[in-house]
Structure formats: structure tokens, C-alpha cells
Design a protein around this ligand. Structure first.
Ligand code: 9MR
Ligand code: 9MR
Length: 590
């Protein structure tokens, strides 16, 4: 990544400028840069450009070159509403400045921002890195320096000897049966592999390809499969998809909830973590999520018959047998506490427990319908069970079904389709309404309820929903609000962090991620989105603030605010790549 050198050079230059300002007792102040919050990666020439300033004595701000030549002067505007701490912010809008180059923002009495770039393709590198991040999460393979650079590591978790846990015992596979279930991505900072969370993550990446095939075909990731005729994003998805296929019991079509240790590993490299691995109880959520992903994968991989012969058929067959299992067993929750009362060893890793399956049924039925063009899957499914439009998360996947139905409209007929379209647009409108009145001018900052475990994925998933609305309506306003949320993740937020490792001038450096903490390399594995502000403190780490959007600490102990996870990276990848693909459509909103 050649731009890394550029960034390091910029950091140095910036430090010199800061030092100069400080020593010469000039108009700068140490630490001032942290009070100017902006997308630390940069801006598109013709798109909106917003900086949020925490305090200022003056009403003007300046865009300057590194030589301190002013190229743009703007008026600071007080935010319409205060932030969650009750303080108003100042908005510096330099949308009207279009010239490409490298700049700093100067606020009299405060000082300089971090340097930033205005350019086409400005998020291209971070967008690709957010997908490459999955390569770094691969289980069952060594990471070669050719692809992994200084983050190369030995193979961890071959997962060729995995035990059927007593909770998953069946006639044909009694407890203790050995199965092979290699590959897949580690879920997060831990080394376990969970089907439910893999479902939404894998699907979001597949959708990124499905929605932007031309753009995504050109994204090169430098992974072992690169150049094999399959787009790299699909190559990466295949690593997890092939693992998912092994999680289905071929005897009945049911899918094990997860492949896991009994207890979380200590902080050590993957090859050192060799505790026994189990597949646990099959469940309805896992089986339906699996069916949905396999159905979607089938229609995508059908276009690569020569490179991947038979794969599309295998996926569809797997999807159908999973669907049949779930219809026979529509209500099997994964209840870890109850399981631990009955069986040994007790399993104390992530639960991803979900007790409501109507959304999983909607999603799986939608994917199967679109892939097969057969009406039978939607028979008996209430596509509109209530008025809600819940933003997707690992436990709530209804909208993933809606997105799929809407973008494939025309291939078959679903009577609820006009209503679903209307609701998606109304939902996007509800996200943008009042977003620019918040202290950071983002949809993300509208509600304190957004700030829970993995809050950054909410910013990402809102962005995905807004891009769906753009695709549905062609209205560029939705793209501008999607960009606001990307800006949020990259620095225009309540802490001033760029929440993606390896990018920006103040990135998260200490994620709760076992390899990043154990590999002896100072820089964390790049391209990973941390969970972000969460006042819940479920990890017991005291946060510097409990204000919702400031409740964050860059400390690896803080897994409730600073872990990384595949289901958080996926919406970032979707958002950043989609905006790159659509950058020419971006324009200011009035
Ligand atoms: O590392 C684990 C992380 O992946 C999980 O999200 C988190 C919550 O389930 O748990 C982490 O593991 C911790 C465990 O729960 C308690 N002991 C310390 C472990 C590592 O910090
Ligand atoms: O993302 C999950 C979050 O919604 C839950 O509140 C939390 C506690 O159950 O678990 C999170 O998922 C973790 C999973 O259980 C284990 N691997 C790490 C995941 C991210 O922290």
C-alpha cells in the first residue's frame, strides 16, 4: 500500500507544522487538531465537505495549503441542535471549494486540522482495505508475506478435527463424532466461527458485488486467489462460504449454530490457540441465515460456470435442504444457558442467541424466490408482519430480504412489492430527516439509542439503507447522507477517532483483536472497523466519558467498545465501495 508512505510523510510534515506553531507561540495550540473533526481520509471534489469544530473565537475558518496559503474562506455556523453532552458545535462547510490537492483547515484561536486530501477516488484505498481485512481474518491458512506484509502469520485452527458437541448429537452423528470444517473467517477479536454472524456479513459482501458488479470486478485485493478469473471480493467470500457449507449436516439439512472452543482463547496468535473445537446445536436462525446466503451465492456464482463448476448448484441444493429443515423445525433457538445446564463441556463463547425467526424466514424466502423464480417459498410467509423497518443487524435480517426483492423486481411477481418499495423510501427519509440538525450533521447522531455494542455498524448499515434508497429512486440526496455516515466513521464524530485501523491521522491503534495484540507488530492489522462508542461498559473497562457518542476508549481490554467484527466491517465495506463506485453522482444537498 504505497499510500501508507504518503500518509507517514504527511504525519511528519504535520508534526513539524504543529511543533512550529506551538514553539513560535503563533496562532496554533497543541492538540487543536483534535477539536476539528473531519473525515481524515479526505473528500471528493464535487461532493459535500463538512468539518465540525468544537469551539472557536471567530466566525471564520480557512482552507489552506501546506504552505499556509489560504485558498478558501468560510463562515462557521452553529449547529442547530447540541450534541449529547449539551454543547453546540460549529459547522465549517467547504463544499463550495472543489480544487484537488492537500490541505489543512485553519480556525483562528484554535489552530490547524489534520492534513487531508481533496481528490477523486479518495476512499478507494480504504474501501479495498475494508474487504482485504477479511483475508487477515482467515482461519485454517498461513498468511504469506506476499499478501499479508508485516502481518504475515502461521496457520491457525485447521479445523479438520472438530467434535460434535453433545448439544448437537444426532443418530448419525453422535456426540464426539469428528467432522472436518476448515476455512472461514474468525468472527472478531476471538477465534470462533459463528453461522448467524457469518450470514449477514457474507451476504452484505455478496450484495456489494451484486449491486456494483462492474466496479467490484476492478477491485484488486492481492490475495492468494487473485488473477484466477473470479473477482477478488468473491474469492474472499468463497473462503467463508466453503466453510459455511461444511456446517450443514448432510443427513438432515440442519446447520450447526457455531464452531467454537468451550472458552474464549487467551490473547495469543492463532497457531498457539489449540483448544478442542466443537460444533454445537443446530438452530433455526443459523439454518435460515445459511439458506439465505446459499441462495444468494447460487445466483451470483452461476455466472462463473467455468471458474467454479458446480458451485451454484451445490449452493442451491444446500439452501433448499436448509429451508426444508427450518420449515420442519421453525422454532429452535440457540439458548446457551439452557444448553450448559444439560451438557458438557459448557460453552462460554459468543451466543448470538435469537429467539424470533420471522425475519430470518422473510430473508431466506426472499433470496430463494429471487434465485429460483418459484413462488412456493413465499407462500405462508408474512412479508409485512408489522409496520416496522428495523435496521439490519445479526439478529434482525428482515430488510436484507426487502433489499433483495426490490432490486430484483420484475423477475417474478410479489404483491407486496409496491408497499415494500414505499416503506424503504419512507425509511430512508426518516433517516435523513433532521440529520443535518445534529451536532455532527449525520443520521448516526440523531439518536442516543444508536450507541450500543457495535454502534459503528449502525452508521454503516444506515449508509447501506441510504444507498438502497438511492438505487431505488435515483435521488442523489441519499448518497450525500450516506457519505455523512462514512465521514462519521472516519473522524467526523464525538471522539475524533478514525475508527478504521491503519487509516487517518488518529486511527484506533489497540483493537480487541488477538492477532493485532499478539503479533509483535506495532500497527494493528489494517482495514478493521472497531465497534465504537458504547456507554454500556459490559467489559468493565471504565470509559473516559459516558456521553453516548463519546463513550469510547482505544484500549484492547475494552471489547464492548473496541473489538472488531466481520459484521461491522461488512457495512463499512459496502458503504465505502458503493460511494467510490457512485462518486460522480454525489452532489451537495440543499
Ligand atoms: O475476547 C472475547 C470477545 O471476542 C467477546 O466479544 C467478549 C464478550 O463475549 O468476550 C471476550 O473474552 C473475554 C471474556 O468474555 C471474559 N474474560 C476475558 C476475555 C478476553 O478479554
Ligand atoms: O455483536 C454482538 C453484540 O450485538 C452483543 O451485544 C454482544 C454480547 O452478546 O456480542 C457481540 O458479538 C460478539 C460475539 O458474541 C463473540 N465474538 C465477538 C463479537 C463482537 O463483540
Amino acid at each position: 500500500m504505497s499510500n501508507q508512505y504518503f500518509r507517514n510523510a504527511c504525519r511528519l510534515i504535520f508534526l513539524f507544522i504543529a511543533l512550529f506553531c506551538f514553539c513560535s507561540n503563533g496562532y496554533g495550540q497543541q492538540g487543536s487538531e483534535t477539536k476539528i473533526r473531519l473525515d481524515q481520509v479526505g473528500f471528493y471534489p464535487d461532493a459535500p465537505k463538512i468539518a465540525v469544530i468544537l469551539s472557536a473565537n471567530d466566525s471564520l475558518f480557512y482552507v489552506q495549503t501546506a504552505e499556509k496559503t489560504t485558498v478558501f474562506t468560510g463562515h462557521l455556523k452553529k449547529s442547530v441542535k447540541p450534541d449529547f453532552a449539551g454543547d453546540y458545535t460549529l459547522i465549517g462547510d467547504f463544499t463550495a471549494f472543489h480544487k484537488t490537492g492537500k490541505y489543512l483547515l485553519f480556525v483562528p484561536g484554535l489552530g490547524y486540522s489534520y492534513p487531508f486530501e481533496i481528490n477523486k477516488n479518495v476512499h478507494r484505498e480504504i474501501a479495498a482495505a475494508s474487504i482485504k481485512a477479511y483475508y487477515f481474518m482467515r482461519a485454517s491458512t498461513a498468511l504469506d508475506p506476499k499478501f499479508a506484509g508485516k502481518w504475515a502469520r502461521a496457520e491457525g485452527h485447521p479445523d479438520t478435527v472438530v467434535l460434535v458437541h453433545p448439544s448437537a448429537a444426532s443418530d448419525k452423528r453422535p456426540a464426539g463424532t469428528v467432522i472436518s470444517s476448515p476455512r472461514g473467517w474468525y468472527d472478531a477479536g476471538d477465534y470462533n466461527k459463528y453461522i448467524v454472524n457469518s450470514g449477514i456479513s457474507t451476504s452484505t459482501l455478496l450484495s456489494l458485488y451484486e449491486d456494483f458488479p462492474a466496479y467490484m470486478k476492478a477491485v484488486k485485493l492481492n490475495i492468494p486467489e487473485s488473477g484466477n478469473g473470479v473477482p477478488d471480493i468473491l474469492n474472499e467470500v468463497l473462503w467463508n462460504l466453503r466453510w459455511m457449507l461444511t456446517m450443514q449436516d448432510p443427513n438432515d439439512g440442519g446447520v450447526y449454530h457455531k464452531l467454537t472452543n468451550a472458552e474464549f482463547d487467551k490473547f495469543e496468535m492463532p497457531d498457539k490457540a489449540t483448544a478442542p473445537r466443537y460444533v454445537v446445536q443446530k438452530g433455526t436462525a443459523a439454518t435460515l441465515d445459511f439458506a439465505a446466503v446459499m441462495a444468494q451465492a447460487s445466483r451470483i456464482f452461476r455466472k462463473f460456470p467455468n471458474e467454479l463448476p458446480g458451485l451454484a448448484d451445490s449452493c442451491l441444493k444446500a439452501a433448499n435442504s436448509a429451508w426444508d429443515w427450518a420449515n420442519k423445525k421453525p422454532n429452535i433457538a440457540y439458548e446457551q444457558n439452557a444448553i450448559n445446564q444439560k451438557f458438557n463441556p459448557k460453552i462460554n463463547t459468543g451466543a448470538y442467541g435469537d429467539r424470533y425467526f420471522s425475519d430470518e424466514f422473510i430473508w431466506a424466502a426472499s433470496e430463494l424466490t429471487v434465485t429460483t423464480n418459484l413462488p412456493k417459498y413465499l407462500e405462508g410467509i408474512k412479508l409485512l408482519p408489522d409496520d416496522r423497518m428495523p435496521l439490519p443487524t445479526w439478529s434482525q435480517v428482515r430488510l436484507l430480504g426487502y433489499y433483495t426483492l426490490v432490486k430484483n423486481a420484475g423477475t417474478y411477481s410479489v404483491k407486496e412489492l409496491p408497499e415494500i418499495k414505499k416503506r424503504l423510501i419512507t425509511f430512508a427519509d426518516s433517516l435523513v430527516a433532521g440529520a443535518h440538525e445534529t451536532a455532527y450533521e449525520t443520521a448516526m447522531d440523531k439518536s442516543r439509542r444508536n450507541f450500543n455494542w457495535g454502534s459503528n455498524s449502525i452508521a454503516g448499515n444506515e449508509g447501506v439503507a441510504l444507498i438502497q434508497a438511492y438505487k431505488l429512486t435515483g435521488d442523489a440526496k441519499y448518497l450525500a447522507y450516506a457519505l455523512d455516515n462514512l465521514d462519521y466513521l472516519l473522524g467526523r464524530n464525538g471522539t475524533g477517532y478514525c475508527y478504521v485501523t491503519g487509516y487517518g491521522f488518529k486511527p484506533s491503534m489497540n483493537p480487541h483483536h488477538r492477532p493485532s495484540q499478539s503479533d509483535g507488530v506495532v500497527d494493528p492489522v489494517p482495514g478493521l472497523l472497531v465497534g465504537g462508542p458504547n456507554p454500556g461498559m459490559q467489559d468493565g473497562v471504565k470509559l473516559p466519558s459516558t456521553v453516548p457518542d463519546e463513550a469510547y476508549i482505544d484500549d484492547y481490554h475494552a471489547y464492548a467498545a473496541n473489538e472488531i467484527a466481520i459484521n461491522w466491517n461488512a457495512p463499512l465495506a459496502y458503504l465505502a465501495n458503493a460511494l467510490e463506485a457512485l462518486q460522480d453522482k454525489l452532489k451537495p444537498v440543499n
